[in-house]
Design a protein around this ligand. Structure first.
Ligand SMILES: Cc1cc2nc3c(=O)[nH]c(=O)nc-3n(C[C@H](O)[C@H](O)[C@H](O)COP(=O)(O)OP(=O)(O)OC[C@H]3O[C@@H](n4cnc5c(N)ncnc54)[C@H](O)[C@@H]3O)c2cc1C
Length: 380
C-alpha cells in the first residue's frame, strides 16, 4: 500500500535533522515575538521541502503524498507554525498552480515556489465568509484584457511576506458555483497590499494576515484555468490540503505524546515514576492508539491521492480525525506534565495552543462532518 519504506525513512531523517538543527533552538523565541522566519523557509526551499509534490521538470522534488506527509509530520513535531506554513505553501498556492495552471504559468511560478525564492499565499476566506466561502464579496470585473479586483481576504497564511498569491474572486452572480475565478497576483501589483496581521493563540510563527485589493488590475493571462472554475478548483485544492493538515496534526500529536512518555518515566511522585500510575499510563495508551488510527487514515488518504483517486471523503475523514486527536493528545500532555505543562519551559504548552488551529483551518471539524456525511449519504 505504501511507497518504499526506505525512501520514506531517508526523508523522515532529513526532515527531522533539519527541524532539530534549524527550527527547535528558536521555536519559543519566534512564538513569543510572532516572528515568521522567512530565512528558514528559504532554507527549506533549498532542501526541496517547498516543492515536495512539484515534478522535477518544474524544479520540484517530484515526490508523492506519503513523503509529503512524512515531512510535515516531522516538522510539525518540532514546530506547528513552520509545519503550517510549509503545508499552506505546498498544498494551497503551489498546489493550485500545479493542478490548474497552464504551461506558461507553471513554467514561470512553480520553479520559484519550489525553490523558496517565492513564498506562496492562497486567498479564499473573507471576514464574513469562512465556511460559507461561496458567498465571497471580493470581485473581479473585466476591463479590456485585465480584471479589476476589489475587496479583501482574511486569515491569509503569508499575507504579508508572500511573493505571490492565488486569489479567488467573484466574476459572476452571488451563490453561482460557476461565478468565482482564481487569479495569480504577485506582490507589488499596484492596488494589492497586506492589511492587519493577526495576533494569534497558537501557530504564532506562521504569519496570518489580511490582503486587500483596491482597483488592482490583473492581466487576463493570470487567470488560472477557465473563468468561473475558481470555486470548483478551490474545493479540489482543499481536498489535498486537508491531507496536509492531517499530517501536521499528526506531527503535533506525536510531539506531545513523545514528550509525555519521556516525562512520565522521569517525573516521580509518591516515590515512583508517574508512568506507574494507571491513570497516567492509560492516558498514554489512549494517545498512542488514537495517533496510530489517525496516521492510518492519513496514509490511506495519501495513498488514494497518489493513485489519482477522489479524496474528498478520505481527506475529510483524515483531517477531521487527526485534528481532533491532535487537540486531545495535546490536552492530555499538559495534564500529564501537571503544573510544568502550564509553563513555557516545557513544549506541551505550545503544542496545546498550536493544536487548536488544526480543527479550524482548511475547513472546521463541523464542515468536515458535513463533507463526510454528504458523501456517505450520496453513496446509499
Ligand atoms: C491560522 C489560520 C490560517 C489560515 N490560513 C488561511 C489561508 O491561508 N487561506 C484562506 O483562504 N483561509 C485561511 N484561514 C481561514 C480558515 O480556513 C477559516 O478560519 C475556516 O475555514 C473557518 O472559517 P471562519 O473562521 O470564518 O469560521 P465560520 O465559518 O464563521 O465558523 C464559525 C463556527 O460555525 C461553524 N459552522 C459554520 N457553518 C456551519 C455549518 N454549515 N454547519 C455546522 N457548523 C457550521 C464552524 O464549524 C465554526 O465552529 C486560516 C485560518 C487560521 C485561523
Amino acid at each position: 500500500m505504501f511507497e518504499s519504506i526506505e525512501n520514506l525513512g531517508m526523508i523522515e531523517a532529513s526532515a527531522r535533522e533539519f527541524a532539530q538543527k534549524h527550527i527547535l533552538p528558536k521555536v519559543m523565541e519566534w512564538d513569543e515575538a510572532q516572528h515568521f522566519p522567512v530565512d528558514v523557509m528559504k532554507e527549506l526551499g533549498k532542501l526541496g521541502f517547498l516543492g515536495v509534490l512539484v515534478p522535477h521538470e518544474y524544479g520540484g522534488s517530484g515526490l508523492g503524498y506519503q513523503e509529503y506527509i512524512t515531512i510535515l509530520t516531522e516538522i510539525g513535531k518540532v514546530c506547528g507554525s513552520i509545519g503550517l506554513s510549509v503545508a499552506a505553501h505546498n498544498s494551497l498556492c503551489t498546489g493550485h498552480i500545479m493542478a490548474f495552471g497552464n504551461e506558461v504559468q507553471k513554467s514561470k511560478y512553480l520553479p520559484l515556489l519550489a525553490s523558496g525564492e517565492f513564498i506562496g499565499a492562497w486567498g479564499l476566506t473573507e471576514a464574513n465568509t469562512g465556511s460559507d466561502a461561496m458567498r465571497m464579496k471580493c470581485v473581479a470585473i473585466k476591463d479590456g484584457d485585465h480584471y479589476v479586483l476589489n475587496g479583501s481576504k482574511n486569515w491569509i497564511t503569508h499575507g504579508k511576506s508572500g511573493d505571490v498569491a492565488v486569489v479567488l474572486a467573484r466574476t459572476g452572480e452571488l451563490l453561482d458555483s460557476r461565478g468565482i475565478t482564481a487569479f495569480i497576483v504577485e506582490r507589488g501589483t499596484p492596488g494589492f497590499r497586506a492589511g492587519k496581521k493577526e495576533n494569534k493563540l497558537g501557530m504564532r510563527a506562521s504569519e496570518t494576515a489580511e490582503i486587500i485589493f483596491e482597483d488592482c488590475r490583473v492581466h487576463e493571462s493570470q487567470v488560472l484555468g477557465q473563468v468561473g472554475d475558481g470555486f470548483i478548483q478551490a474545493m479540489k485544492v482543499l481536498d489535498g490540503g486537508r491531507i496536509s493538515i492531517a499530517a501536521l496534526s499528526l506531527g503535533i500529536a506525536k510531539g506531545a505524546y513523545e514528550a509525555s512518555v519521556k516525562y512520565a518515566k522521569e517525573r516521580e511522585q509518591f516515590g515512583q515514576p508517574i508512568a506507574n500510575f494507571q491513570a497516567i499510563s492509560f492516558k498514554l495508551a489512549d494517545m498512542a492508539t488514537r495517533i496510530q488510527a489517525a496516521e492510518l487514515l492519513t496514509r490511506q488518504a495519501a495513498d488514494l491521492k497518489n493513485n489519482g483517486k477522489k479524496v474528498t471523503e478520505a481527506g475529510a475523514m483524515a483531517k477531521y480525525y487527526a485534528s481532533e486527536v491532535c487537540v486531545y493528545a495535546s490536552n492530555e500532555a499538559v495534564q500529564i506534565f501537571g503544573g510544568y505543562g502550564y509553563t513555557k519551559d516545557f513544549p506541551v504548552e505550545k503544542y496545546y495552543r498550536d493544536s487548536k488551529l488544526c480543527t479550524i483551518g482548511e475547513g472546521t471539524s463541523e464542515i468536515q462532518k458535513l463533507v463526510i456525511s454528504r458523501s456517505i449519504l450520496k453513496e446509499q
